[in-house]
Design a binder for this molecule. Structure first.
Ligand code: MG
Length: 418
């Protein structure tokens, strides 16, 4: 990528920009991780819409065997005779599945990381990574190594290990296509345009359920209120992240790695309603925005199919019914996680790993009722302050930092909840 002197492109982009994507087989063989979660269910919807073009050959999840078996039944109807490979990471759930009567699948044993084993053995063309949190990193690296198309919904992968993924993608000939709706929107705005014409990325944020809540009330909001997202239907972890705006902070780091744009050239605007999914400003000041209904199946399909606008039955925007589009500056006083994430991204090295690990622990503690909503930012800030910055040159260093930061965040949560 060339650099025009604007300082906007500072690193090689993971996103292929104008490079043609690799030819893949038809139907496209998909290995789906996080199968029983929100992204997994919606991926199955997309496959169901295009059974002649998409096929599921592998499913991975943590422990929800009942949902998994239901999915396998649905896949049998779609793809008669197929027996997808299945990986389950929770040992108790895995034994339960092994003991079940179902013979609609083949269970991956694997002594180490079963999800990595699944990615390496499924003979897939495409990984859909819908895992939640740090557990998504290693399967992404394996898929990069195998040269797969990676439809990435697991943003923690890039927050923790953006540099590692970039190296593995370059070596393995893989392609990373974003599923995150903002990044998928940016990819659509960039379609056919060179990296050196990009001046600024503008990520939109719904603002979450507390966009208008006064600061004094935030410590007393309930978990149910936190989980009541105004526009998007998502899993609990990302819904909490949306309420704290940590989600947007993680997305800044994700955008930096995906598109190779400097942090100073990635902005966030609050856009209630979530109809403009994000924007790109080009060198001449022209701006392109991508709009659509807030439905995750759209960015999912666009990433899985190698960036095509296939038909999909998911509602249409009625422009005349929209009303005025509003864009506001985010409030980093009430939502400190946004600024914490941007700062951690700038520091790089261990800082984003610590940010992510501390956030995962804090979110789990909130959902368990151990801390208050406003404690999330405080836990993350304190973890970043207490863990010294250092380089994380390889996977071992990233995982070790992640482990240490989790332990530290647990201690901080414990101190705060007393
Ligand atoms: Mg998003």
């Amino acid at each position: 990528m060339s650099n025009s002197g604007d300082g906007h492109s500072v690193r090689p982009a993971l996103y292929p920009f104008m490079r043609p994507l690799r030819e893949r087989s038809v139907p496209l063989k998909i290995v789906l991780l996080g199968a029983t979660g929100s992204i997994g269910q919606q991926t199955l919807d997309v496959v169901r819409a295009h059974p002649d073009r998409l096929r599921i050959v592998g499913l991975g999840c943590r422990s929800r065997i009942d949902v998994l078996l239901e999915m396998l039944e649905q896949i049998q109807e779609l793809q008669p005779g197929d027996r997808p490979l299945v990986a389950v990471t929770d040992p108790v759930a895995r034994e339960r599945l092994a003991a079940s009567e179902a013979d609609s699948h083949r269970l991956v044993r694997g002594d180490g990381n079963a999800l990595v084993e699944l990615v390496r053995t499924a003979e897939a063309d495409c990984l859909v990574n819908g895992l939640v949190g740090a557990v998504g990193l290693e399967p992404t690296l394996a898929a990069a190594d195998e040269g797969l198309r990676i439809a990435l919904a697991n943003k923690e992968t890039l927050v923790m290990g953006g540099d590692l993924v970039a190296a593995a993608v370059a070596a393995g000939g893989a392609e990373v296509l974003p599923v995150d709706s903002e990044h998928a929107a940016i990819a659509q705005c960039l379609s056919g345009r060179p990296a050196d014409e990009v001046r600024r990325l503008i990520l939109t944020a719904s603002g979450g359920p507390f966009r208008e809540t006064p600061a004094a009330k935030l410590p007393r909001v309930t978990v149910a209120e936190v989980l009541d997202h105004p526009t998007w239907k998502m899993g609990p972890k990302i819904t909490v992240d949306s309420a704290t705006l940590m989600n947007k902070g993680l997305e800044i780091i994700e955008a930096h790695h995906l598109f190779g744009v400097a942090y100073d050239h990635i902005d966030v605007v609050v856009h209630p309603g979530s109809t403009v999914h994000s924007l790109v400003e080009f060198a001449d000041g022209a701006m392109l925005a991508q709009m659509g209904t807030p439905d995750m199946r759209l960015p999912l399909q666009y990433a899985i199919n190698g960036q095509h606008h296939w038909p999909l039955d998911c509602g249409r925007l009625d422009l005349t019914a929209l009303g005025p589009l509003r864009f506001e500056k985010p409030d980093t006083e009430r939502f400190p996680c946004l600024a914490l994430a941007r700062a951690a991204g700038r520091v790089g090295g261990s800082a984003p790993v610590v940010l992510n690990a501390a956030n995962e622990i804090a979110v789990a503690a909130l959902l368990a009722g151990h801390i208050r909503f406003t404690d999330i930012g405080a836990v993350v800030a304190e973890a970043l302050a207490r863990e010294p910055d250092h380089l994380v040159p390889d996977l071992v260093a990233v995982l070790e930092t992640d482990r240490r930061a989790r332990a530290l965040a647990e201690t901080i949560v414990h101190e705060r909840s007393r």
